[in-house]
Design a protein around this ligand. Sequence first.
Ligand code: ZN
Length: 249
Amino acid sequence: MANLTLKVRWQMFVNDTIRAFARHILRRHKDNEHGALLGGPGSGKGTLGTRLGPHRGLNLLGMGDVLRREDIQKEYGDRLAAMSKGGLLPDALVHEILERELRMPAYKRGAIFDGVPRTLGQALLLERSLAWQGISLDWVVLLEIDDEELVERLTHRRTCPNPNCRRTYHLIHNRPKVDGICDECKTPLIQRKDDVREVIVERLRKYREEITPLCIFYKTRGVLYEVKPAKGSTPQEVFDLVKSVLTSN
Ligand SMILES: [Zn+2]
């Protein structure tokens, strides 16, 4: 498998060593499951996660939800505000927040990561945190959707801004019952500032740049499942596809 730098390979070796140490010396045995969902903005990995979580008996660790939470905002607010100007969060900060999150009882049986890792750096840091517990990611699902379709989905997306709801709609395929109003909580829907075409194209460019090395990394680890749903697949069809890929492996 091509193109992982020596530095990355060295870090992988260190992580393997830490994991072996944790298993044998600290006697931390693997009795849980960890997976991650990768996919571009609008790929539907959040929706997939809400189905896959109960199916695998795991809680979803959605980075977006964690970052919006009040206790995290309180503690990391200043550092998070600094990132909102520049786009991607620094890897070290993501790592710190993740480590803290993983210690919560909700993730004792494992977790499905959604929205993290985004970069190869984050993947290595996540691997390091898990290694100290004697574990590693069991599977990584990449939802591969054409850019064209992602742009189409996102420009038509409307979001419920209510932090306890956050349901999303599609102006053509998944309309709210009353125009512009959330079915669930009756809040007026908004178009997110980053769901306009120019911003989407830039988000996709950044995503493609980051995802390639991530895929090479997880392929090398032997845990990557690339899933390419047919155009126009429903969330249920995507879920069924992923479910069959994971159970047959
Ligand atoms: Zn709502």
